[in-house]
Design a protein around this ligand. Structure first.
Ligand code: NZQ
Ligand code: ZN
Length: 385
């Protein structure tokens, strides 16, 4: 196991009805800006519940944060914060709203050009407004991590940043709030959480059995409960476990002391930036092809994944590893997330612009060995057609 430091200050307040706790969680004298997405928070009644919980506090609203939050929109929120003097932010939504709020929190306290926050991958963040979150879509783990991904449409760039200053102070996780999710987002959420675990687990053996067993437990839970959530949307226990699984998949815990990959995510971000695929759709397209491409390097861990997650106990190590990749693709398809570029009307002509964009963003040495170069990514995309 590698040396590590683990820090996670986010308080999780979990369970039905817990939005009422906002009154306790947010300072009584805070002037709060509530940030949300399109229509879902209002339509489902979650926004009303939040407003009620804020009691006598002064608050304002900023709606319209889109999926894959746009820099241009978020800068309007930054303007509003400074024009109206908010000192506390509250994100109500999925990963996009929470990521967007993280950016607004950092940008509101940044003196220079806020785009620096992204080009420095968060290195330039020295202060941020405090904020909390009410999560409505389990998927990204943003509710309990220090990462955020922002898209600048005019540059066709989707870039991540990280800073300890943008951990949410708290996140409220009420599984009932996920009952209204469209099927497409239920599938997306399970696939995203699955790939988060895989990026931290499917590398090479690192003498970290507890991280491995945590990871395998989360993967098994997603495989077992993901399809159930598609079938019976209002099963509290299924939703509760999926919600907590998605949080644990990317709150830093399973990734300590082990090598990490993230090449599927970085290549996936280019597919969203250039072609607008949902984040999870990009992962479902890239991951099986990436695992095949890196088969030899990953074979030992793939075989362990085959045995412990998919219960494959017949065949050689290579045969088990191959079957595990096929099972993974089947799982994504079962969650209604398609796994081929052609499923999204993309053909070979899409590949070169994606590789150019990846290179331009400096994503040229990806993966746990830093050897996933643009040439490797080109082969991955060709195999994913
Ligand atoms: O906009 P509204 O109307 O609110 O609708 C949203 C949106 O259209 C809807 N939705 C959310 N909760 C709902 C609901 N509809 C009905 N009932 C509810 N309870 O779902 C749609 C998608 O929402 P979005 O927030 O975009 O989805 P997700 O949570 O999957 O977030 C995706 C974003 O997170 C980034 C992705 O790149 C993408 O930009 N990621 C963030 C990470 C992080 N911070 O650590 C890691 C991830 O790998 C990922 O990159
Ligand atoms: Zn993801």
């Amino acid at each position: 196991m590698n040396n590590f430091e683990f820090y996670n200050p986010t308080r999780i307040v979990f369970g039905e009805g817990k939005i009422a706790e906002l009154d306790r969680l947010i300072p009584a004298d805070a002037k709060v800006l509530i940030l949300f997405g399109g229509q879902s928070a209002r339509k489902t009644g979650t926004l009303d519940e939040v407003e009620q919980a804020l009691g006598q506090r002064q608050f304002g609203l900023f709606g319209g944060i889109e999926p894959n939050p746009r820099y241009e929109t978020l800068m309007e929120a930054v303007e509003k914060v400074s024009a109206e003097g908010y000192d506390y932010l509250l994100a109500v939504g999925g990963g996009s709203v929470i990521d967007g709020t993280k950016f607004v929190a950092a940008a509101a306290k940044y003196d220079g050009d806020a785009w620096d926050i992204l080009t420095s991958m968060g290195g330039k963040v020295e202060a941020a407004l405090p904020f909390g979150a009410v999560l409505t879509l389990p998927a990204t783990g943003s509710e309990m991590n220090k990462g955020s991904v922002v898209t600048r449409e005019s540059m066709q760039a989707k870039l991540p940043f990280m800073s300890e200053l943008v951990f949410p102070q708290f996140s409220v996780l009420d599984p009932v709030k996920t009952y209204t999710l469209p099927i497409r987002q239920v599938g997306n959420g399970a696939v995203d959480a699955f790939v988060h675990v895989v990026e931290q687990y499917l590398t090479y053996p690192a003498n970290a059995p507890v991280q491995d067993r945590f990871a395998e437990g989360l993967l098994q839970t997603l495989v077992e409960l993901g399809p159930q959530a598609l079938e019976i949307p209002e099963d509290y226990n299924v939703r509760a476990s999926l919600m907590w699984t998605a949080t644990l998949a990317l709150n830093g815990l399973i990734g300590v002391g082990v090598p990490q990959d993230w090449s599927t995510h970085m290549l996936g971000h280019e597919l969203t930036a250039l072609h607008g695929l949902d984040h999870a759709q990009t992962l479902a397209v890239v991951l099986p092809a990436m695992l095949n491409e890196k088969f030899e390097q990953k074979q030992a861990k793939l075989a362990q994944f085959a045995e412990r997650v998919w219960h494959i106990d017949q065949g050689s190590e290579a045969e088990k590893a191959q079957q595990a990749i096929e099972k993974t693709r089947d799982f994504f398809e079962r969650m209604n997330v398609k796994t081929r570029m052609s499923d999204y009307d993309l053909d070979a002509t899409a590949i070169e612009p994606l590789i150019e964009s990846l290179t331009q963003h400096g994503m040229t040495q990806l993966g746990e060995h830093g050897d996933v170069t643009p040439d490797v990514c080109r082969r991955v995309l060709q195999a994913a057609l």
